[in-house]
Design a protein around this ligand. Structure first.
Ligand SMILES: [Zn+2]
Length: 175
């Protein structure tokens, strides 16, 4: 099932959601499936653990990706729930990312989220709520990273001035 093209998330209903087979066959409908159907299908094909994908164009995360900056996994929540959020640049032709650009990143089963330059975010999960949860954490983390980086710049600090997550525990474990 995928969102129809040109229909907002909150306008989705039982009647306009598009039913598509894994082989790409689209069930008869008055709408067209999202333009991103290709990469959605491919992600379901390459990973058995992916049962839901939330792709959205959330502004803070997309801003980071469009600046060519990977969003740092800096909150406890992001470190535990996501681990890392690879940045996927525009396609070789300079257009929107397709399965050719996206699937190689998700072949790694530890990847649960990624950010597409000039486009948006992808969160995947075993069900829709887990994928949605990741999409929300990605956006929240980008917002927090922006606030942190802006404050650090204003106060003349760099990341080297800050304690790094886990380093105290690592030091303790090593001693
Ligand atoms: Zn998109």
């Amino acid at each position: 099932m995928i969102k129809p093209s040109g229909v907002g998330f909150n306008e989705c209903t039982r009647d306009n959601l598009q039913v598509v087979n894994l082989d790409g066959t689209i069930a008869p409908s008055d709408h067209k499936p999202s333009k991103d159907l290709g990469f959605h299908l491919d992600l379901y094909r390459i990973r058995d653990d992916i049962n839901a994908i939330v792709h959205c164009h959330s502004p803070w995360a997309t801003g980071y990706a469009s600046a060519g900056i990977e969003i740092p996994c800096l909150t406890v929540q992001t470190i535990e729930k996501i681990g890392r959020m690879p940045l996927i640049p525009l396609s070789k032709e300079g257009g929107p990312q397709t399965d050719v650009d996206i699937s190689p990143v998700f072949v790694d089963p530890s990847v649960k989220a990624a950010v597409l330059a000039n486009q948006g975010t992808i969160g995947v999960g075993k069900d829709l709520m887990s994928a949605q949860y990741l999409a929300e954490i990605i956006e929240e983390t980008a917002h927090i990273a922006y606030v942190r980086d802006t404050l650090m710049a204003a106060h003349g600090k760099t990341a080297a001035d800050l304690p790094q997550y886990g380093t105290a525990a690592d030091a303790q474990a090593a001693s």
